[in-house]
Design a protein around this ligand. Sequence first.
Ligand code: ZN
Length: 185
Amino acid sequence: MIDKEKIRQAITLLLEGIGEDCSREGLKETPERIARMYEEIFAGMGQTPVEALGKTFQAAGSGIVLEKDIVFYSICEHHLLPFFGKAHVAYLPDGEVVGLSKLARTVEVYARRPQIQERLTAQVADALMECLRPQGVMVALEAEHMCMTMRGVKKPGAQTLTVVTRGRFGQEQHLQEEFWRMMGR
Ligand code: ZN
C-alpha cells in the first residue's frame, strides 16, 4: 500500500532541489533506504485500532486502568519531522478490559502516520471508547517536536502536553485528579 517507487523519486527530487549530487557515494542508496524506512514509520497508514485492540475480556468491578509512559514516535504532518515522547492512557472499564500491551499498540497504530499531537491524542481516546465501550477514557501525551527544537523557535527539550477526556473523565473532576495522582503528579 506504500508506493516505494514514488518515495524513491520524491527523495531524489528533494535532494536535487537542495542542490545535492544524487550520484555521489553517500547518497546513492538514500532514496531506496528512505523508502524502506517510510514503510516502517508510516506502517499505521494501513492499520485500524480494532485490529490493535483485539479481543476484550471480562473483569467486573475494576477501577481506573492506567498504562503510563508508553514511548511513541510520530511524524508531524506540517514539517515531516519527528515528534516523540510518552503517552499515558487510562480508562474506567464497564466490565470489559483489554490486554495492557494493546493500549501501546493502539498508540502505535495512530502514531505511525503523518500526525498532529492533538489529533493523535483524540484518536487514541476515541478508539478506546469505540472498541472497549468503557465508562470513560483519559489520554495525555507529552512530546518534543523536532520542528520546534531544530528550527524556528529552537527550544530544545520543550514539551507539548495534550490531554483528552471522554465519558466520565470529562464530567467528573475527581477522576481526572485520580489520573494525575496515579501518574505521580
Ligand atoms: Zn511541525
